[in-house]
Design a protein around this ligand. Structure first.
Ligand code: NAD
Ligand code: TYD
Length: 356
């Protein structure tokens, strides 16, 4: 007979950047939990992010699309899913400007499919372990002026198709709590950085470009501000919220770490010159100001005091340490970077797993 697990958790989007860190943390820390990683393996999903844990007894990968409601219902029944950590999403703002409908399909329709499947399955085999944990972003709150922070009470005011789709999915999750008493929790996190980050986002794109002596595109004047959190600190916050949160609650997650884009890139350039033994100033000479992103939010900054006060979470790393660690990882993992920028990994993994 197979091992009996304490819980069976469906993690969606577990082959992506943040999802892979969450899957790794849960698989390693909780051998008595069975982790089902459901991922479509889009351009952003990569099983090479999980090679170190893929053979663990409590880990199962299932390839599939959250837009496919029949398939999702079957996953809930086949694996007797008792809780969900939902990260699968289209996540890049620039792509959402080019193709908004894809974001509506995955981020809104996909989320509603998962909510429906949870509602149906947990109607049939209800347990006190049932929890639908939805991972969201601070971008739903819109943009800040020079002062102030986003709190859990800040009204939603999304500006990009990405943030509008995430806001919509958050509303559906709350509606299922209010209407059907589905046990849900939501967290809204600031910008993440760290290993396995797809090199279309600011930090990994810049590391890759500096490495290859290509220009670093800075949108507008580079004065937009983001609040950066090390991805492993986001994963640890998700662990704490999953285990301790009161259902129906929302928690903001952030590192209290605001950086103007241009200041961040200058710091990154200094680190890269040092690591690559290049004369100081080499990387900064690659900085190129380009046309601004349409609807570009000026400033994001998170007040995470509710999470810190009520659930006892705090970030572990200072930004300078985290950024240096991130650079070291990218320089040590050239093959990963080469594969994700060539698309080779997709071809390889498509042959390993057949869609159900
Ligand atoms: P990512 O783009 O790196 O990964 C997304 C994953 O979802 C990929 O593995 C992809 O294959 C999978 N996926 C996409 N569409 C799917 C579908 N239709 N069915 C099944 N799987 C699908 O994203 P990320 O940066 O890891 O973000 C994960 C979650 O965290 C998202 O919900 C995002 O909105 C949220 N978030 C991200 C950040 C950030 O800074 N990256 C900050 C706050 C919140
Ligand atoms: P990004 O990493 O795309 O995250 P988000 O848009 O979700 O905050 O961008 C972070 C910031 O960097 C944002 O203000 C846009 C800016 N940016 C650039 O200046 N150049 C780039 O090439 C990219 C990808 C982003």
């Amino acid at each position: 007979m197979g091992k009996l697990f304490d819980r069976t958790i469906l993690i969606t989007g577990g082959a992506g950047f943040i999802g892979s860190h969450v899957v790794r943390l849960f698989v390693k820390k909780y051998p008595d939990y069975r982790i089902i990683n459901l991922d479509k393996l889009t351009y952003a999903g990569n099983l090479a992010n999980l090679t170190d844990i893929s053979h663990e007894a409590n880990y199962t990968f299932v390839k599939g699309d959250i837009i496919d409601s029949e398939f999702i219902n079957k996953v809930f029944l086949d694996y007797k899913i008792d809780s969900v950590i939902h990260l699968a999403a289209e996540s890049h703002v620039d792509r959402s400007i080019t193709n908004p409908l894809e974001f509506v399909m995955t981020n809104v329709v996909g989320t509603v499919n998962l909510l429906n499947a949870a509602r149906k399955a947990w109607g049939d085999f209800k347990s006190d372990k049932n929890l639908f944990y939805h991972i969201s972003t601070d971008e739903v709150y819109g943009t800040l002026g020079e002062t102030g922070l986003f709190t859990e009470e800040t009204p939603y005011d999304p500006h990009s198709p990405y943030s509008a789709s995430k806001a919509s999915s958050d509303h559906f999750v709350r509606a299922y709590f209010d209407t059907y008493k589905l046990p849900v929790v939501i967290s809204n996190c600031s910008n993440n950085y760290g290993s396995f980050h797809f090199p279309e986002k600011l930090i990994p794109l810049s590391i890759n470009n500096i490495k290859n002596m290509k220009s670093i595109p800075i949108y507008g004047k580079g004065e937009n501000i983001r609040d950066w959190l090390f991805v492993e600190d986001h994963a640890s916050a998700i662990d704490v919220i999953f285990h301790k949160a009161k259902t129906g609650e929302t928690y903001n997650i952030g590192g209290n770490n605001e950086w103007k884009n241009i200041d961040l890139i200058n710091l990154l350039c200094t680190i890269m010159d040092k690591k690559l033994n290049r004369p100081q100033g080499t990387s900064a000479s690659l900085i190129t100001y380009v046309k601004d992103r349409a609807g570009h939010d000026m400033r994001y900054a998170i007040d995470s005091s509710k999470l810190q006060r009520e659930l006892g979470w705090s970030p572990s790393l200072k930004f300078e340490q985290g950024l240096e660690k991130t650079v070291d990882w990218y320089l040590a993992n050239e093959e990963w970077l080469k594969n994700v920028t060539s698309g080779e990994y997709l071809k390889f993994y498509e042959q390993q797993y057949v869609a159900r």
